[in-house]
Design a binder for this molecule. Structure first.
Ligand SMILES: [Fe+2]
Length: 283
């Protein structure tokens, strides 16, 4: 899955200019300042001011493995341990897809993902949209954890406006985690399914950028801007809450915070990333 593309560090080693101001041609990257030309593997192959001179070996930029998939560019800083995460609805024509974001968080990626997996906050953070304080109780649901990911099923909540259409109803959620920073939910009622796949790019341990893709198998006549605006509103309510969380690094020691039965997906997430050996953005 995904077409390979070339991605280079955005800094010319000559005078430190942004290489993104230059251009790519013939599979090579040309700096816009002095025309230094880099190969796909990042070595400088031509210095136009001295065409007869062989560029020194130190003249090279970092090149990264990258792929295009699901309307996004996926770059790996090292050797990728796995391919792109699955996203079955992307290739299913019965679903329309709407890309949302990027959403910048002054918070670590693990905190942003855990917030995405949390339904207990709906009545309070998303009152009138995804929840109602009069229906705050959360029934038990099942969580299954395997090395490939986490799956929570039977998460049932009442929502006043589950998808921005303004019609309240009980919805059944499925939540899944496919990579430490890739998660999804899917909610259905009466054969209508609305899902979002979340991909989070860590900027550093305490900042991240979230990309969300909505998939829905109904409402093809609802304008894309309206659906996107709804999601922007939801995320706009989440961001200040997530940014306020302390400690900023998600505690993987389960004794460090209090957990309820309704938090079992969050508990599974913390255990799963700990087992996967992830320490970035955690404590
Ligand atoms: Fe939220």
């Amino acid at each position: 899955m995904g077409d390979e593309i070339m991605v280079w560090q955005d800094l010319c080693v000559h005078r430190g200019t942004r290489l993104s101001l230059g251009h790519v041609g013939g599979g090579q990257l040309h700096c816009g300042y002095h025309g230094w030309t880099y190969s796909s593997s990042g070595e400088c192959v031509r210095i136009p001011a001295h065409p007869e001179q062989r560029p020194p070996p130190k003249a090279r930029v970092k090149a990264y493995h990258a792929k295009v998939g699901y309307g996004l560019i996926w770059a790996s800083l090292g050797d990728p341990a796995a391919g792109l995460p699955p996203f079955p609805e992307w290739d299913d024509p019965s679903y329309r897809k709407i890309s949302c974001g990027p959403f910048a968080y002054n918070a670590g990626a693990p905190r942003a993902v855990e917030n995405f997996l949390d339904v207990g906050h709906f009545p309070f953070v998303h009152e009138g949209l995804l929840g109602d304080p009069g229906h705050a109780q959360i029934e038990d649901y099942d969580v299954e954890s395997t090395p490939d990911g986490i799956l929570a099923t039977g998460v049932r909540v009442w929502q006043p406006d589950p998808d921005g259409s303004g019609v309240g109803r009980y919805v059944n959620y499925i939540y899944g985690v496919r990579r430490p920073f890739t998660a999804y939910f899917s909610k259905s009622s009466d054969g209508e399914t609305y899902m979002i796949q979340l991909n989070v790019t860590p900027v550093d341990e305490l900042r991240c950028i979230a990309w969300m893709t909505i998939g829905m198998n109904y409402g093809f006549d609802v304008p894309e801007d309206e659906l996107r605006a709804f999601q922007e509103k939801i995320v706009g309510q989440d961001i200040p809450v997530v940014e306020s969380q302390r400690p900023e690094r998600l505690p993987l020691d389960l004794q460090a915070e209090l957990h309820l039965r309704s938090d079992r997906i969050a508990v599974a997430y913390r255990k799963w990333i700990k087992q996967a050996g992830l320490s970035f953005g955690t404590s």
